[in-house]
Design a protein around this ligand. Structure first.
Ligand code: ADP
Ligand code: MG
Length: 253
């Protein structure tokens, strides 16, 4: 039992995803509470990305149900899910390479600002979109490169930018798929700080190989192996669980 056993924001009930005869996600139950930092770990091929895809709506379930904020979202598409508060960071940063950093965040925040109608004048554009975008860039540590085109940012900066873009959609749940992948030591440190400083009105579901990052951030850790949920609990329980050691040992054999 964790401190977050109450009020689930997200509930996945017995979700299944098959690829031919392979069961990539096999009747997995998952709850993410309001404000919780929930990490999803497991060896390569465990089904972590697939589970994030099922929650974000990029992939449809073959079985089970997904609820978000008290509502059944199992049949909603990814754009609808984004609009009701599910934000997504991909395994490879997805930014617009020819736009500047701040333009990327403006585009990402467009819907939340009310689309065209809200920003008909230059002053309104600045107030409703550009200023909030600059504030987000500042928050992720990119204020100094706001006018740099995304193609010229480092991999770590593009990762930070994608987080600012996700935040521009004002998510209540942020899905992060291996955000530390490909980052330098300094960049991982910056990322860890950035994630630790996210306000608690954003819940986080984090897939990450860097277990130091996971154990530093997570309130709850869920372990997947071969599409199945192995165990779920507080970081200290998980770190010492024999079933977890077995899952990783089997994977490296
Ligand atoms: N689009 C797909 N088509 C076929 N098999 C897939 C597809 N996506 C994932 N898989 C398979 O599903 C399993 C889980 O993959 P994935 O969710 O990417 O694992 P993880 O992110 O934990 O490494 C793997 O065996 C993978 O090869
Ligand atoms: Mg993956």
């Amino acid at each position: 039992m964790t401190a977050f056993a109450t009020t689930p924001l997200l509930t996945a009930e017995a979700v299944v995803r098959r690829y031919g005869s392979l069961v990539a996600v096999d009747r997995v139950d998952l709850r993410v509470a309001d404000g919780e930092r929930h990490a999803l770990i497991g060896p390569n091929g465990a089904g972590k990305t697939t589970l994030l895809d099922l929650i974000g709506g990029a992939t449809r379930v073959d079985g089970g149900r997904i609820r978000f904020d008290g509502r059944d979202i199992t049949r909603l598409g990814p754009a609808r899910r984004a609009r009701i508060g599910i934000g997504r960071i991909h395994q490879r940063p997805a930014v617009w390479p020819s736009l500047t950093a701040v333009e990327n965040v403006v585009v990402a925040g467009w819907h939340q600002a009310g689309g065209f109608r809200g920003v008909r004048t230059r002053a309104r554009y600045r107030r409703r979109l550009r200023e909030p975008a600059m504030a987000l860039l500042d928050r992720v540590g990119l204020a100094g490169v706001a006018s740099t085109t995304a193609a010229h940012l480092s991999h770590g900066e593009r990762r930070q930018l994608e987080i600012a873009m996700a935040l521009a959609g004002r998510p209540r749940l942020l899905l992060l798929d291996e955000p530390a992948a490909g980052l330098s030591g300094v960049e991982v440190h910056r990322l860890a700080e950035l994630l630790a400083e996210l306000p608690r009105d954003v819940s986080v579901l984090l897939v990450e190989h860097r277990l130091d990052l996971v154990y530093a951030l997570a309130d709850t850790v869920t372990v997947l192996h071969d599409g199945r949920l192995v165990t779920s609990g507080e970081p200290d329980e998980i770190r010492n669980a024999p079933a977890v050691r077995r899952a990783y040992a089997e994977a490296v054999r």
